[in-house]
Each structure stands twice: as C-alpha cells, then as structure tokens.
Design a binder for this molecule. Structure first.
Ligand code: ADP
Ligand code: MG
Length: 441
C-alpha cells in the first residue's frame, strides 16, 4: 500500500505491507507449526533415527529455530514507513514502525539529499534518495504496473527538493535507448549517456524534466528537436532520434561525444593562442552553418561548445534550446527571460530589443574568444545586473593589456565583433552593428 499526500509545503509518502504480504505473514506461523508437527511425527521413525544417528537429536530444535526465524522475518517486514518532507522546516523525517517493533524516527536536513533516483528493474521500481554521504534511502517501492503513484511521488519530492529525478542505469527509453549514467543537468532536463540498442552505438540522451512542462519549456524542447533534425554538419551534434515517453516527457537522442565542454577546459585557465584560434575557427564554422540554415543559436557559451577528445581543433556545437528560425517575413523576438548565464549575451539581447539578428551570435562568439585568450569573462561583475550593465555600457579590459602577445589582427577581429572596442563608446559600436543584418563571422 503506497500513498502520497501533499499539503502546503509538505509531502508525505507512506508505505505499508500489501494485502498479499499480510496474508502470507498471518499464514506463516500456521504453516510452520503444521510442518513441525509433520516433521516431529516422522522423527519417531526408527529407520530414520538409525540412519541419521546423532544428527536426529538436533533436527527438532533446528526445525523450530528455522520456523521461528521465518515468522520473525515476516513480522519484521510488516513495516510501515512514512517519510515526511517539510520544506518550511527544511527537514525530512522518516518513521518506521511495525507490529512488535518499536517505532524508529530519523530526522535529516533536506540539504543532505544530493539526488533523487528512479530505479527500475524487470517488474519493480523504487524511488530513492541519495544522501550527500552516499547512503541510498528508498522512500517508495512498488510494481511497475502500478507506477502512477510512484510517478506522483517522484514528481512531488523532486519539486519540493528542487532536484531533477534521475533515471537509474539500465532503464530502457522508448524500447531503444538503455540508460548508462547522467552526464549533465541543464535547465531543460538531464543529459544521459545511453546505448542505442538498434545501432549498438552510444548516444547522448536529453530527457525533459517534466511530463507537463510549461508552454515555454515545451516549446524550447520541440524547437531544439526540430532545429537539430534539420541540421547536418560535422561541427554540430548529429540528431539520432526523438520522441515522447508514456508519462509525457520528451526526449532527444544525439550522437555521443567523448571529451569535455569548453567550460570545463576554461575552468583550468586560459587557452594557448593556438587553441584559442582553433576554438574560434571551429565555433565560427558551426555558427556559419547554423546561420546558413536561417537559424540563430542565441545561446553560444563555453558549456555549449564541446571539445571532442578534449581537442580544441575538434569542436562541436550543442544545445539549440533557445535557437530561433529567421525568415524574411518573421523577425526573431528576444525572450524576456534570461536563461542561464548572461555573460555571453549580446547588448541587444541584454536590453530586450525585440529584433535579434545573427550579429547577436557573433557577439557571443567574441566573448568566448576573449575568454579563451584571457581566462576571464569580458563583462564580469558580481551581480546579474552588473553583468548586463557592463555588456551595455562598458568596455572590457583590453586583451592587449592582459595578454600582450595576442596578434593585432585578432584584436581587430574582437573589435569588429563588438568586444574590446578600446576607443569610443561601445554603445555606439553595438548600436551601429546590430542593426545591420550581417552574419559574417
Ligand atoms: N552529444 C553529447 N555528447 C556528450 N556530452 C553532451 C552531449 N550533449 C550534451 N552534453 C553534455 O551535457 C551538457 C548539457 O547539454 P546541453 O545540450 O547544453 O543542455 P542544456 O540545455 O541543459 O544546457 C553539455 O554542456 C555537455 O557537457
Ligand atoms: Mg547548454
């Protein structure tokens, strides 16, 4: 018996023994006594006495102990577990009780939960919490055929803890993709490494967080699928498949890339001049291919540029979640929400100008180039509004000062991309530039 109760800021999951289990636990003592009676009757048989010798004397107590053990195990399993997640008290209280056993209560801080895992096997399924010290706590178990309650538990607990629900290794998606492990958590969902059972190739599987996403998130996922399916280029992650799960969540399977994203590489420091140029060239090729299909990426940043085999020369572009198609008749409008980091946003995006042109991507590429060369964001500030203000009105510290060996031609390129304009007002510079529809990188 599995129940979930949600009331203001609290989620209570309770699970007691099933009716089948209760019947078995009640019948067990009767069956055990009957078996013992039969066994003790046959013990009188002199032939058996003679053949087992001394062992015969121990058979009785051993039978009794086994029978008692089975009964105790069944009674111990007759437990009721209640987990209460209380967001107001930031606490998780787990209470276990059962017939003949004292109730045990355990209290944990909600921040001790590092992940919520949805484990599935052939016929069963459980929702587990992974604590920061690595301990796994099952909060609900059930048969897969009755998984709607487990779905609800996962959804409520995940939302209350602010954690996405991770699928466990071995789970099959759309009867085709077998989950291996989570590789990243993004705004839209989790990215898994998975095996495509059709081609026996590894894929990256992006699975939406919510079965009933808000229209904006649903639109983003649909657009990402549509744009990626339409693009084929060696510098862009290849679309492998997409679809929707029975619970309504969308998924997108892409070519798997081994290596690391540029954000990881930059976390170790700035790149060499040669690698910076490789990144710039690779990213520019990818973005040019995207623009040639009439699409603006709008979210160019280091975590969306992947370095295969950690090589700057082998860059692949990812993540078309906020990409937009640019047609002659329809103009692209800026999203009012700031998604992710604003550091690479073009001034026209930062100021919510309702006409985003391909030049916005060129500006973001310039920010990435600056960061590869200097190891710093060009418009860094402690607060979100500080970053936006700097993007709109400030000049970054000149690359020539931070890294004097950078060739002059590269500085000129940065200035043409509206970064590092060491003279005059940047406002004028971007004002002049974004109104042109040039997409040349
Ligand atoms: N095809 C892939 N192969 C390997 N890792 C990938 C792949 N796609 C995405 N990733 C990893 O997952 C992260 C998030 O993916 P992304 O598509 O940018 O999703 P989000 O919209 O959540 O930012 C990436 O930064 C990258 O590290
Ligand atoms: Mg991303």
């Amino acid at each position: 018996m599995l129940e979930v109760d949600t009331s203001a800021g609290k989620v209570t999951v309770s699970q007691g023994p099933t009716t089948g289990y209760k019947v078995l636990a009640c019948a067990a003592p009767v069956i055990a006594v009957a078996a013992l009676l039969v066994a003790s009757g046959s013990r009188d048989d002199e032939a058996i006495e003679a053949s087992v010798g001394d062992l015969g004397r121990w058979a009785g107590p051993v039978y009794w102990m086994c029978a008692l053990g089975v009964v105790l195990a069944l009674l111990r399993g007759w437990r009721r577990t209640a987990c209460q997640f209380d967001s107001a008290a930031h606490a998780l209280v787990i209470e276990r009780s059962g017939p003949g056993w004292p109730a045990r209560t355990r209290r944990l801080s909600l921040s001790a939960v590092s992940a919520v895992i949805d484990r599935r096997w052939r016929r069963g399924r459980s929702i587990e919490l992974i604590l920061t010290d690595g301990e796994a706590l099952a909060i609900a178990r059930g048969r897969r055929s009755h998984s709607s309650v487990l779905d609800a538990i996962a959804r409520h607990v995940g939302a209350l803890l602010g954690k996405p629900i991770q699928l466990d290794r071995g789970v099959l998606i759309a009867d085709r993709f077998e989950i291996d492990r989570v590789v990243a958590r993004g705004g839209m969902g989790l990215v898994y490494r998975a095996l495509d059972l059709t081609s026996r190739r590894t894929v990256a599987l992006k699975l939406a967080l919510d079965a009933e996403p808000d229209p904006v998130s649903a639109g983003r996922f649909e657009r990402e699928i549509e744009v990626l399916a339409d693009l084929e280029h060696p510098r862009i992650a290849r679309h492998v498949g997409h679809g929707r799960l029975a619970d309504g969540r969308s998924f997108l399977a892409m070519q798997w890339l081994d290596g690391e994203d540029l954000a990881c590489a930059l976390s170790r420091g700035r790149l060499s001049l040669e690698d910076s140029l490789h990144v710039m060239r690779g990213a520019a090729e990818a973005v040019a291919a995207v623009h040639a299909r009439g699409v603006i990426h709008r979210d160019l940043k280091p975590s969306n540029l992947f370095l295969r085999d950690r090589s700057a020369a082998d860059l692949v572009l990812l993540d078309f979640g906020v990409a937009r198609r640019l047609t002659r008749h329809s103009r692209v409008t800026a999203s009012t929400a700031i998604l992710g980091t604003p550091h690479y946003m073009a001034p026209e995006q930062a100021s919510s100008v309702r006409d985003i042109r391909p030049a916005a991507d060129v500006f973001s590429l310039g920010c990435i180039f600056y960061e590869c060369l200097t190891g710093r964001h060009p418009f860094d500030a402690p607060q979100l509004f500080g970053v936006l203000g700097r993007i709109l009105f400030d000049n970054p510290e000149p690359v020539a000062v931070l890294r004097p060996e950078v060739p002059v031609a590269w500085l000129e390129l940065l200035s043409r991309m509206r970064i590092d304009c060491s003279s005059g007002s940047r406002r004028r510079a971007w004002g002049a530039s974004w109104s042109s529809s040039s997409s040349r990188v």
